[in-house]
Design a protein around this ligand. Structure first.
Ligand SMILES: NC(=O)c1ccc[n+]([C@@H]2O[C@H](COP(=O)([O-])OP(=O)(O)OC[C@H]3O[C@@H](n4cnc5c(N)ncnc54)[C@H](O)[C@@H]3O)[C@@H](O)[C@H]2O)c1
Length: 82
């Protein structure tokens, strides 16, 4: 990606729970290394980023509904951890 831009909207993710078991390594890398690449690019070009999160960040929540201040109950080594 070389064209300058002001804003990046990253909605890319294998987001299906079926994929969590099938391609966890790919999902982990897409959402970590891929996002890091975007952050570095944005910093270089002074662009802003919107990164779509997922309810998976809450894991198996102990609070319903989850406010933004809730840090979640995630099993990082579980099936949905990626
Ligand atoms: N749909 C929902 O209810 C919901 C709720 C909360 C969060 N989200 C988040 O919003 C985002 C988009 O969700 P969606 O429902 O549109 O999913 P979606 O599966 O319809 O779209 C995701 C897209 O990302 C693409 N993709 C996957 N890996 C990629 C890669 N390495 N590089 C480029 N593209 C890649 C897929 O081909 C697909 O087109 C995801 O991050 C998801 O976790 C969705």
């Amino acid at each position: 990606m070389n064209a300058p831009c002001d804003e990046i909207y990253n909605l890319a993710s294998p987001a299906s729970p079926v994929d969590f078991a099938r391609i966890p390594d790919f999902i982990l890398k897409t959402n970590s290394i891929g996002q890091l690449n975007l952050l570095n690019w944005a910093k270089t070009h002074n662009a802003r980023i919107l990164f779509a999160s997922t309810s998976e960040v809450y894991g198996d929540p102990l609070v319903h509904p989850q406010p933004e201040s809730y840090l979640g109950n995630v099993d990082c080594t579980g099936l949905r951890g990626c």
